[in-house]
Ligand binder design. Structure first.
Ligand SMILES: N[C@@H](CCC(=O)N[C@@H](CS)C(=O)NCC(=O)O)C(=O)O
Length: 217
């Protein structure tokens, strides 16, 4: 099984974490977002020109949520979706929401504050950062705050695809210096800290240190 995409990308990180939790081994092609994803060779794998892509024998699929649901069905031990049908639907919805609403905010912080100055030697566009922090993040975090449990994770004590999707985005934002305001979103703040204390996230962050070093030079 081969996973295309570097772990520093939040959608790739989701798949890596899912594999770590489930004990699935895979080969890695550490391709990063950039022109290579739009070239014919990669477009054969994913015509959307995006990572992650999973190749498993004669199956080739893109999209982190699709990949993780496939892996969950193929390797049902330690499920990443709950058993109950409504909970499963809510996990899928929150994962979709993390990708559609949270990812653009977290990605902007990562790009503007971390990648552009460190890797591309371009100045941060402060207007984009301010707009992201002041206007784009708040409604998304308001909604997430309403979903947050008092303890444990979104669907009990075990991480699901929804938790992985949300927390991975905040890791990306943290590289861009973004911290959730604990006064306004206290449950979300505690929930993220709780997740980042789990061995799987500690190990994941350790694994991506090498890539962070490449970017910071
Ligand atoms: N819905 C997709 C989104 C994938 C995605 O946006 N990947 C980014 C990296 S995190 C990418 O490949 N960007 C390249 C581009 O947009 O050109 C998923 O969940 O996998």
């Amino acid at each position: 099984m081969k996973l295309h995409g570097a772990i520093i990308s939040p959608n790739v990180r989701k798949v890596v974490i899912a594999c770590m939790i489930k004990g699935i081994e895979f080969d890695s092609n550490m391709i990063v977002p950039g022109p290579e994803l739009k070239q014919a060779e990669f477009l054969k794998l994913n015509p959307l020109g995006m990572i992650p892509v999973l190749e498993d024998e004669d199956l080739t699929i893109g999209d982190s949520n699709i990949i993780i649901q496939y892996l969950d069905e193929k390797y049902p031990d330690r499920p990443l979706l709950p058993a109950e049908v409504n909970d499963r639907a809510k996990v899928r919805w929150l994962s979709e929401y993390a990708g559609s609403a949270l990812f653009p905010c977290c990605g902007s912080m990562f790009r503007e504050v971390f990648v552009n100055p460190n890797y591309f030697k371009q100045t941060t566009n402060q207007q984009v950062v301010d707009d992201t922090v002041n206007n784009k993040f708040p409604p998304v975090l308001d909604y997430l705050e309403l979903q947050m449990p008092e303890q444990g994770f979104l669907f009990g004590e075990q991480l699901t695809l929804a938790d992985i999707s949300i927390v991975s985005m905040f890791i990306t934002a943290s590289y861009g210096g973004y911290r959730v305001d604990e006064k306004r979103w206290p449950k979300l703040k505690t929930y993220i800290a709780r997740a980042l204390n789990l061995p799987v996230f500690i190990k994941c962050l350790e694994t991506e240190k090498a890539m962070i070093k490449i970017i910071t030079g």
